[in-house]
Design a binder for this molecule. Structure first.
Ligand SMILES: Nc1ncnc2c1ncn2[C@@H]1O[C@H](COP(=O)(O)OP(=O)(O)OP(=O)(O)O)[C@@H](O)[C@H]1O
Ligand SMILES: [Mg+2]
Length: 253
């Protein structure tokens, strides 16, 4: 084991994925260290979501290797990676819309607990799921909306609910793909504070276009352009880099 691989929670080595002739990710190497928020930024189409999909396990890499806590998971399915502590913010479409916000989170808790349930009686099971779900909803600031149907939630509230569902899985690593999208300035500021606090429990790989949030939160930033890593550095290093400014930050303000 190399020293980098042994200290990283998540180690990504030479990951590539092509769609036809398009190289969506091209030899991407990066690490997520314990206690770190590592932001992944880059222009639209740079390959950020593709990389997240490869790490989570729903996109199969053409080449490269992914290790979770030193273990090769490159060929493991999504649920096995999740059980190893890899959480992700759910896509909106994965929320079960006709049921309450609380019930959505309860389903996520249930998914985590899995078969340990058979030792509990149904009423106690339900109580436990409910308490955990309410705690997760409180943490993301959605307590007041626990009984609302997911379909009644605003776009921003659904993003908060996705994070609550991810939290319910008690991950040690969180993959978040644009959690600030559609939140508005106040919602973004609130989620920023929450993520700063959350990083004591889980290392976070954060894809985000909101640069205020990125530079406020990230311990390190990796810039992806056309599938390739342009650089990895601190926020200050990335902001000062001429190639980054040209490729991305200067782009459209
Ligand atoms: N399933 C797919 N089939 C074909 N092309 C795809 C597929 N998924 C992504 N792509 C292409 O791969 C490239 C990278 O897409 P990706 O969604 O990873 O970018 P991104 O960095 O997440 O962009 P954004 O900031 O807009 O979310 C884009 O050119 C996209 O059109
Ligand atoms: Mg994307």
């Amino acid at each position: 084991m190399t020293d980098m691989a042994s200290t990283a929670l998540l180690s990504i080595r030479g990951l590539s994925k092509s769609f036809g002739a398009l190289k969506a990710t091209d030899d991407v190497t990066l690490d997520l260290r314990p206690g770190e928020i590592h932001a992944l930024i880059g222009p639209n189409g740079a390959g950020k979501s593709t990389l997240i999909g490869q790490v989570a396990g729903w996109i199969r890499p053409d080449a490269g290797r992914i290790e979770l806590m030193g273990r090769d998971v490159t060929r493991l399915p999504v649920h096995r990676r999740a059980r190893m502590g890899l959480g992700r913010s759910f896509q909106v479409s994965s929320l079960a819309l006709p049921i309450s916000a609380r019930r959505n989170v309860m389903l996520a808790v249930q998914a985590r607990l899995g078969s340990s349930f058979r030792f509990l009686r149904p009423v106690r099971t339900d109580r436990r799921l409910r308490d955990e779900a309410d705690a997760a909803l409180a943490r993301v600031g959605l307590s007041g909306r626990a009984d609302a149907q997911a379909a009644e939630l605003s776009h921003g509230e659904r993003r908060q609910l996705e994070v609550a569902c991810a939290l319910a899985l008690k991950p040690s690593i969180l993959l978040l793909d644009e959690p600030m999208a559609g939140l508005g300035p106040e919602g973004s500021a609130e989620l920023t504070r929450f993520l700063a606090d959350l990083k004591r429990e889980a290392a976070i790989l954060l894809v985000e276009h909101d640069m205020d949030a990125v530079f406020a939160l990230a311990d390190r930033v990796t810039v992806l352009v056309q599938g390739r890593v342009l650089m990895t550095g601190t926020g200050a290093e990335v902001r000062a880099d001429p190639a980054v400014r040209e490729a991305y930050l200067g782009e459209d303000g």
